[in-house]
Ligand binder design. Structure first.
Ligand code: PEP
Ligand code: MG
Length: 595
């Protein structure tokens, strides 16, 4: 039976594929196909993991003290029994044999099947046995990763698309953390759906950067969708169609083809300079998460990197955060890939929905951290870890010897933070000199994403060479809406007059002071706002590379002289969105010449 599940559209386009259900805690498990020749090896890995866990549990059991409760030994018996049970071992093997899933994926796929069966059991005791299966699978996953599974995973993942992938796959999960998206980037999925999440959460942002269709906040999706169901993800409308009828499927396939044609058409604009009708050059920069994103950014026509979210280098790591040399290599790789174009490296924005792995599980899930978005985040965290901060600054300074580098400080709100940052930078330079290491000049910029900074922008501009407006957080903090919380996402409104006035004020002040100003939040990549931002005086936009062509198309059709005259009326309207769209349609109908 076909059903529709409604959520929020976060990344455009249509994905059609077989559903792969993944428990949230296992989204970061590697998902890739193995080749026919690798199947036997993969089954060996499974066997090895099982043997390791059997040995572990047997040792535990043998070492149980005589006074240990009898239940403990019985529990270990159950776990040992499960390891030999065909519904786990045999069925997991089948996923590898029939689908060519890698061992970790096969295990989590089978766990998902068993978990559902347990959930449907009437008997309380039996239902609770689900936890035992989960524990056994966790142990096997750990055994697989200890045996160097990751290296192989990455190698094969790169090849994954060539093997066994005759049917496209889409991922369905209760939740995905931004850190999971790094694994997702390397996986075989062509789209995803989650039960929770907001449209401006970092998970959604990374999905947009990958240009893959995604729907979040589809509350019941992971319960309603079954493993292997055919589903359509309509990333434009925020709808998931489960088991679509042939007619509906055909309609979506048609839409898929149309958007591919549109993409190809826009791609042809990539080397066209972004210049308005009245001859003003507009800078279109890229937002990236990893150094490897720099090449594709250049290919998409970016004239620099406006935001390198360096915190993604710190994710999915436990105790070994990247040291100075590792960071230096990463920044240098991005700088060199951009071939002389500027690269703006934001210092780590850890916290809120991007916690570090080493933070405790409760912190990770935000159970005991009140308001994480208002907590120890971004520059606040960096200043609370001065050694770590200087290490990052040293790595950036060293990379700047290889090209044009700008440093961007996130979430600045107090002038004291500016003073401490300047001191840290001076110390980092001194340390490099003392160590005899080469470093280059950097421009220093602040992200304007806290309303306090926008309101006192003139004071901040005295200390920075440029500012970049982070509209994602500016909206969150101006309207007191958690950007990752789907229950209030209807109130997350970029058109709110207060938000627009803060942005306009910042752009105006920066232009007046002769400082660079850019927007790097999601509004920069949304064509609905291009004309309005140009009208405010913005000449630099930073966005996911996938958005550059559509924004360029908009810029090529804009006339900034006409736009500026209409701005006050829009900013003072009760409904800014309606006023803006009315103005745009009138402008489209009016003759183009102004002279
Ligand atoms: C922003 O807040 O607009 C921004 C670009 O930073 P991030 O989305 O990474 O918080
Ligand atoms: Mg931000």
């Amino acid at each position: 039976m076909s059903i529709q599940v409604f959520g929020m559209a976060v990344s455009r386009g249509v994905a059609i594929g077989r559903a792969v259900l993944v428990a949230s805690s296992r989204v970061d498990v590697a998902h890739y196909f193995v080749s026919a020749e690798q199947v036997a090896g993969e089954i060996d890995r499974l066997r090895m993991a099982r043997d390791v866990v059997v040995a572990e549990l047997s040792t535990l059991q043998a070492d149980l003290p005589a006074e240990a409760p009898a239940e403990l030994s019985a529990l270990l018996d159950v776990h040992l029994m499960l390891l030999n049970d065909d519904t786990l071992s045999g069925a997991t093997k089948q996923w590898v044999l029939e689908r060519h899933y890698n061992a970790e994926w096969a295990l989590s796929a089978q766990l998902e099947v068993l978990a559902r069966q347990f959930d449907e059991m009437e008997d309380d005791y039996l239902r609770e046995r689900k936890a035992d299966v989960e524990q056994v699978v966790e142990r096997m996953l750990r055994a697989l990763s200890r045996k160097g599974g990751d290296g192989e995973a990455l190698q094969s993942a790169a090849l994954g698309a060539n093997f066994g992938g005759e049917e496209p796959l889409v991922l369905v999960a209760n939740d995905m953390a931004p850190a999971d998206m790094l694994q997702f980037k390397r996986s075989v999925f062509t789209g995803f759906v989650t039960d929770v999440g907001g449209t401006n959460s970092h998970t959604a942002i990374v999905a947009r950067s990958m240009d893959i269709p995604a729907v979040v906040g589809a509350r019941e999706a992971s319960r309603l969708v079954r493993q292997d169901d055919w589903i359509v993800i309509d990333g434009d409308a925020g709808v998931v169609v489960v088991n679509p009828s042939p007619i509906v499927l055909e309609e979506y396939r048609f839409r898929q083809r149309q958007s591919e044609l549109e993409r190809a058409r826009l791609h042809r604009l990539r080397h066209t300079p972004a210049v308005t009708l009245d001859g003003l050059p507009i800078e279109l920069l890229a937002n990236i998460e990893l150094p490897t994103d720099a090449g594709p950014a250049l290919e998409a026509g970016a004239v620099g990197v406006g935001l390198f979210r360096s915190e993604f280098l710190f994710m999915n790591r436990c105790d070994d955060l990247p040291g100075e040399d590792e960071q230096f290599e990463a920044y240098r790789a991005a700088v060199q890939a951009m071939k002389g174009l500027p690269v703006t490296i934001r210092t780590v924005d850890i916290g809120a929905d991007k916690p570090l792995e080493r933070m405790s599980v409760s912190e990770l899930r935000h159970e005991h951290v009140l308001n994480p978005a208002l907590g120890l985040r971004a520059i606040r965290w960096s200043l609370s870890e001065p050694g770590m901060f200087r290490q990052q600054l040293r790595a950036i300074l060293r990379a700047s010897a290889y090209g044009k580098v700008r440093v961007l400080i996130p979430m600045v709100a107090h002038l004291s933070e500016v003073r401490l940052t300047l001191e840290a930078l001076a110390r980092a330079r001194q340390q490099l000199d003392d160590a005899g290491k080469a470093w280059g000049p950097v421009e220093l910029g602040a992200m304007i994403e806290v309303p306090a900074a926008a309101l006192c922008i003139e004071s901040f501009l005295r200390h920075f060479q440029f500012v970049s407006i982070g509209t994602n957080d500016l909206i969150q903090y101006a309207l007191a809406i958690d950007r990752a919380d789907e229950s209030v996402s209807h109130l997350y409104d970029p058109w709110h007059p207060a938000v627009l006035q803060l942005i306009a004020r910042t752009i105006e002040a920066a232009n007046r002071a002769g400082r660079g100003v850019s927007v790097c939040g999601e509004m920069a990549g949304d064509p609905l706002f291009t004309d309005l931002l140009l009208a405010m005086g913005l000449r630099s936009f930073s966005m996911h590379p996938a958005r550059i062509a559509s924004i360029k198309q908009r810029v090529l059709r804009a006339d900034t002289r006409r736009l500026a005259a209409a701005l006050p009326g829009i900013l003072n309207a009760d409904d800014c969105a309606a006023a803006c769209s009315e103005w745009l349609s009138n402008a489209a109908a009016a003759p183009q010449s102004l002279s």
